[in-house]
Design a protein. Structure first.
Length: 120
């Protein structure tokens, strides 16, 4: 699936740098094409990859991505560190749940949030 998502990113005009995940979420590190909004970018990735999953695995005909998403910019000087972090998702999530990861990240970077809006 990650290779397919990489092709979607390419087709949208982005450049996939690293894609990896665990059963409850994925991380996509890519460039963002200047002609596509963030909302449209994630919508197209979710829509097309969801169709692909269902075509590949009819037993997963109920597959769907969660409604929400998060987008963060990354300095070019941090691409290596972020790539390494994404590569090690399975190892990372043995110590920290997805929800713990999100809260920790938001707190670490002083992003204001109301937790009631984070999860659906």
């Amino acid at each position: 699936m990650y290779a397919y998502i990489g092709e979607i990113v390419n087709n949208l005009g982005g450049r996939p740098l690293m894609i990896n995940g665990v059963p409850d979420h994925i991380h996509i590190l890519s460039t963002l094409p200047r002609t596509v909004t963030i909302a449209k970018y994630q919508e197209e990735i979710k829509k097309n990859s969801s169709k692909w999953v269902k075509a590949q695995r009819p037993d997963l005909n109920l597959f769907a991505w969660q409604n929400g998403y998060a987008v963060f910019s990354v300095s070019s000087s941090r691409i290596g560190a972020v790539t390494n972090y994404i590569k090690k998702q399975k190892e990372h999530h043995k110590r920290l749940t997805f929800k713990e990861e999100v809260i920790r990240f938001l707190d670490e970077y002083d992003v204001e949030y109301d937790e009631k809006y984070l999860w659906d």
